[in-house]
Design a protein around this ligand. Structure first.
Ligand SMILES: Cc1cc2nc3c(=O)[nH]c(=O)nc-3n(C[C@H](O)[C@H](O)[C@H](O)COP(=O)(O)OP(=O)(O)OC[C@H]3O[C@@H](n4cnc5c(N)ncnc54)[C@H](O)[C@@H]3O)c2cc1C
Length: 87
């Protein structure tokens, strides 16, 4: 007989619309900024997302990289920005 000796469980954020991150302001709730929904590839995107989020908070706009395709507005509009490299 085979027995499980140990195991673990963790949270896996998954954006069901397009499996891509959500970065930027909420369309209605003032001062609410999303940096979430990474769908299993948030670690590799974190340097750019962190910089983008800090620029958004500091300047109110992206400065070094235009990360607007990741906006929450696309979620609300139901317009996917599809990420295909998902495991
Ligand atoms: C099994 C697995 C494999 C993955 N493999 C890869 C990979 O190969 N490459 C890759 O790029 N990404 C991978 N990812 C995704 C990557 O790990 C995540 O996208 C990334 O860690 C998300 O970072 P985060 O800081 O947004 O959120 P998290 O790392 O989830 O951090 C959120 C933190 O907030 C804390 N928290 C939650 N609620 C509260 C609260 N109410 N008050 C205070 N603290 C709170 C949590 O405890 C946690 O520490 C994988 C994820 C999983 C689960």
């Amino acid at each position: 007989m085979i027995k499980v000796i140990n195991s673990w469980a963790g949270h896996y954020a998954y954006n069901t619309l397009d499996q891509n991150a959500i970065l930027g302001s909420h369309t209605e709730v003032e001062n609410f900024i999303f940096v979430s929904g990474f769908s299993g590839h948030g670690f590799q995107q974190s340097p750019a997302m962190g910089r983008g989020a800090s620029e958004l908070i500091t300047y109110g706009a992206f400065k070094t990289l235009d990360l607007s395709p990741f906006s929450y507005a696309r979620i609300k509009a139901g317009k996917p920005f599809l990420e295909k490299a998902v495991i």
